[in-house]
Design a protein around this ligand. Structure first.
Ligand code: SF4
Length: 290
C-alpha cells in the first residue's frame, strides 16, 4: 500500500521492474524490445489492410462491370423477346385471311408496290402443315397475281409430284409480295417492310414444316448470316416448326447440276413428313393437321 502512494519517479531503476511486476501481476510486463516488436505487425497489418481493401475494391468493380454487361445483354434479349411476343401475340389475336389479303393488296409500305402490276399474296391450302416460301414474284406471277406459276413454279410442281405431294395441298408464298424490277433480289429494307405479312401468314397457317426456297427466304427466316449453299439439306427447328432450306427452282433451271442435291433435300422432306405422320394425309389429300 505504501508503494502505491509513491510516484514513479521515487523508485530507483532497480526497483522499478519489481514494482511493475508486483503491480501488473500475471499480466505481461513488456520490455522495450517487445514493444518495438509489437509495432512491426501493427504496420504490416495496416499495409495488408490497405492491400486487402484495394483488392476488394477491384473485385467489386469487376463484379459491377460484369453485372452491367449481363444486364445489358439480358435486357436486349428481353426486349427482342417482348417485341416478337407482341408481334406474334397481336397478330394471332387480330389477323384473319380476309384482312391480311386486303392489307397486302392495298400495301404501299415499300417502293415495290408502285412498280408491280399485281400483288401476289400466295396461294394453296391455308390449313396445310407444309409451307413453301420463295423470294418474290416473277414476270408471270406479277401478271397473274399468283405465286410460282412461271417456269420455276412449274418445276416446283414437278418436284412436289416427284415425292407424291399434290401442289394444292401445300401453301406457297414469297418473302416479298410485289415483283422487284427486272427480277432483282429484294433489298433488305423491302424485305423488312414486307415481313409482317409473311409472319401473319405463318401465324394463320401454323405449318409444322417450312421449306425455304433459295437464299432470300433463308436469310429472311433463319437470319442474315445463313446462306442456302451452306445450310441446304439441314433441318432447323424453331418453336416446334421444322425448317428445311433448299435451292430455289429457278436456280435449278440455271444450273442443272444442283438437281442432285435438290432431290436429296426432297427425300429428306418426305422422310420428315413421314416421321411427323403428316405424309399420308398430305399425299392422299386428307387434313394433315393433328
Ligand atoms: S413488297 Fe410487300 S411491303 Fe412492299 S409494297 Fe409490296 S406488299 Fe407492301
Amino acid at each position: 500500500m505504501q508503494r502505491r502512494k509513491r510516484s514513479q519517479g521515487e523508485f530507483s531503476q532497480a526497483e522499478e521492474p519489481v514494482y511493475r511486476e508486483e503491480y501488473l501481476g500475471e499480466y505481461a510486463v513488456d520490455t522495450p524490445e517487445e514493444e518495438e516488436e509489437q509495432e512491426e505487425p501493427g504496420i504490416s497489418k495496416y499495409v495488408l489492410g490497405i492491400l486487402g481493401g484495394m483488392a476488394l475494391l477491384v473485385f467489386l468493380l469487376i463484379l459491377l462491370v460484369s453485372l452491367i454487361q449481363w444486364l445489358k445483354s439480358d435486357m436486349k434479349s428481353a426486349l427482342v423477346f417482348l417485341e416478337n411476343g407482341l408481334k406474334y401475340g397481336e397478330l394471332a389475336m387480330r389477323v384473319n385471311w380476309e384482312d391480311l389479303n386486303r392489307d397486302i393488296l392495298n400495301c404501299n409500305r415499300c417502293p415495290l408496290g408502285e412498280g408491280c402490276t399485281r400483288k401476289v399474296p400466295g396461294q394453296g391450302d391455308p390449313h396445310s402443315p407444309l409451307m413453301f416460301i420463295g423470294e418474290g414474284p416473277g414476270e408471270q406471277e406479277d401478271r397473274q397475281g399468283l405465286a410460282f406459276v412461271g417456269p420455276a413454279g412449274q418445276l416446283l410442281t414437278k418436284m412436289l409430284l416427284s415425292v407424291d405431294l399434290p401442289r394444292d395441298k401445300v401453301y406457297i408464298c414469297n418473302v416479298v409480295k410485289c415483283r422487284p424490277p427486272r427480277n432483282r433480289v429484294p433489298l433488305p429494307e423491302e424485305m423488312e417492310a414486307c415481313l409482317p405479312f409473311l409472319r401473319a401468314q405463318t401465324v394463320l397457317i401454323r405449318p409444322k414444316v417450312i421449306v425455304l426456297l433459295g437464299s432470300t427466304a433463308v436469310s429472311a427466316v433463319l437470319g442474315k448470316e445463313y446462306r442456302v449453299t451452306r445450310c441446304r439439306g439441314q433441318w432447323f427447328e424453331r418453336k416446334g416448326v421444322w425448317i428445311l432450306p433448299t435451292y430455289h427452282p429457278s436456280a435449278l433451271l440455271h444450273d442443272e447440276t444442283k438437281k442432285r442435291d435438290s432431290w436429296q433435300d426432297l427425300k429428306m422432306l418426305r422422310e420428315k413428313l413421314k416421321e411427323l405422320e403428316l405424309y399420308e394425309a398430305l399425299r392422299t389429300g386428307e387434313d394433315g393437321k393433328a
